[in-house]
Write a protein that binds this ligand. Structure first.
Ligand code: DAH
Length: 347
C-alpha cells in the first residue's frame, strides 16, 4: 500500500505541474482526491490492513493528501496569476496612439449673426420675446393699420390657411408689436426674432421662408433720433466703425414717418459694378436694403390701449438673412438655406 500511495503521489505531482489551465488542474484533483479518486480508493481498502499497519498507512495517506492539496492550491494560484497577466497583456492600451479625430459641429452661421444682434440689443436694455408663426390676419395686418384690400394682404403674396383669409403664416414679425403692446404699458423695449413666410420664388436675394428681427421701443419722448441712434449702433457694432449706411424715406402703414436703411454693398463698395460688370450682390444699386423702420403710428398705439399723446415709439424690422449676407460676405441667400457642410464648415 505504501508503494501505491507513493506512486499516486508521484504521478499526481507530475500531473499538477503539467496542468497548464485551471480546468486541467481541477481534473487532476477530482481524479486523485475526489469521491472516486485514486487516493480515496486506496483509503477505502484501509479496513483490510492489520491493526498495527492501519494508523501508519492512515497517517501516510493523510500526509499525501495534505501535500497534494497544498500543491494543487499553489499551482492554481500560479495559473490564475498567469491568466490575469495574459489578459492584462492582451487588453493593454497604447496611450501613445493618436486618437480618432471627432468632428465637432457648430452653430449655423446665421444663428451666430442672430446671437450677435441679440447681444447688441440686450446691451441696450431690450428684452427678447417670441411669438406664433401661425398668426391671425388681425395681428399680421389689420391692427398694424394695413387695411382690407392692401396689396400686401393679397393671396398671391400670403399663405392663408382658409378661404376666409383669417389665419395665415405670418408675413412679417411686426404682429409681435401688437402682441406686446396689448399686454404691456410703456416703457417697452423688445426684440422679436423669428421666421416669416411669403409666396416668393427663391433667388439670390429671396426665399419663401426667411427671418426677421422686429424691434419696438415705446416710452415718453421717444424720437426719430433714438431710432437712428439704436440702428447706427447696431450697424457699427456688427460691420465695424467705418461701415456706411443710409436712411431713406419710405412708407409703411404702421409707422409715420417711415424709412428704410441700406448698407453700402460690401462687394462693389457702393460702385454698383465690378470691372465693368453689374455687381451681382446689389444688382448694380451699390446699396443693400437691411431693414424697414419708423415712428409707431398713433393709430397702432391707440389700438393697443396706449395713450399716443403721452407716449411715442419707434419700430424696426430687420431682414436677418440680408444682415448675415453682409456680415459673412455672401452673394447668394440660398447658401444660407442649402445646409451644404462644405459651406457651413467655413464659419
Ligand atoms: N415688417 C416690415 C416688412 O416686412 C418691416 C418693418 C418696417 C418693420 C417698418 C417695422 C417697421 O417695425 O417699423 O417689410
Amino acid at each position: 500500500m505504501r508503494e501505491q500511495l507513493e506512486k499516486i503521489k508521484a504521478s499526481a505531482l507530475a500531473a499538477i505541474q503539467n496542468a497548464s489551465v485551471t480546468d486541467a488542474l481541477e481534473a487532476v484533483r477530482v481524479g486523485v482526491l475526489g469521491k472516486k479518486g485514486e487516493l480515496t480508493a486506496v483509503l477505502k481498502q484501509m479496513g483490510k490492513l492489520s491493526a498495527e499497519e492501519r494508523p501508519v498507512m492512515g497517517q501516510l495517506a493523510n500526509t499525501v493528501r495534505a501535500e497534494l492539496e497544498k500543491k494543487l492550491e499553489a499551482r492554481k494560484a500560479e495559473l490564475e496569476a498567469a491568466a490575469l497577466e495574459a489578459k492584462l497583456e492582451a487588453e493593454a492600451l497604447d496611450v501613445t496612439i493618436p486618437g480618432k479625430e471627432v468632428e465637432m459641429g457648430h452653430q449655423h452661421p446665421m444663428n451666430k449673426v442672430l446671437q450677435e444682434v441679440k447681444e447688441i440689443f440686450i446691451g441696450m436694455g431690450y428684452t427678447i420675446v417670441d411669438g406664433p408663426e401661425v398668426e391671425e390676419a388681425a395681428y399680421n395686418f389689420t391692427r398694424l393699420n394695413i387695411e382690407e384690400g392692401h396689396p400686401s394682404r393679397d393671396r398671391s403674396d400670403t399663405f392663408y390657411f382658409d378661404d376666409d383669409d383669417k389665419v395665415l403664416l405670418r408675413t412679417q414679425t411686426s404682429p409681435m408689436q401688437i402682441r406686446v403692446m396689448e399686454h404691456q404699458q410703456p416703457p417697452i423695449r423688445i426684440l422679436a426674432p423669428g421666421r416669416v413666410f411669403r409666396k416668393d420664388e427663391a433667388d439670390a436675394t429671396h426665399s419663401p421662408m426667411f427671418h426677421q428681427i422686429e424691434g419696438l421701443v415705446v416710452d415718453e419722448g421717444i424720437t426719430m433720433g433714438d431710432l437712428k441712434g439704436a440702428l447706427e449702433t447696431l450697424i457699427k457694432r456688427l460691420y465695424g466703425e467705418d461701415a456706411v449706411c443710409r436712411f431713406r424715406p419710405h412708407h409703411f402703414p404702421f409707422t409715420e414717418p417711415s424709412c428704410e436703411v441700406d448698407m453700402q454693398c460690401f462687394k462693389c463698395r457702393g460702385k454698383g459694378e465690378i470691372d465693368g460688370q453689374v455687381c451681382s450682390t446689389c444688382h448694380g444699386e451699390g446699396w443693400i436694403e437691411l431693414l424697414g423702420a419708423g415712428m409707431v403710428h398713433p393709430k397702432v398705439l391707440e389700438g393697443c390701449g396706449i395713450d399716443s399723446k403721452k407716449y411715442s415709439g419707434f419700430a424696426f424690422g430687420i431682414g436677418l438673412e440680408r444682415m448675415a449676407m453682409g456680415r459673412l460676405k455672401l452673394n447668394d441667400l440660398r447658401l444660407i438655406f442649402d445646409n451644404d457642410v462644405r459651406f457651413l464648415s467655413q464659419f
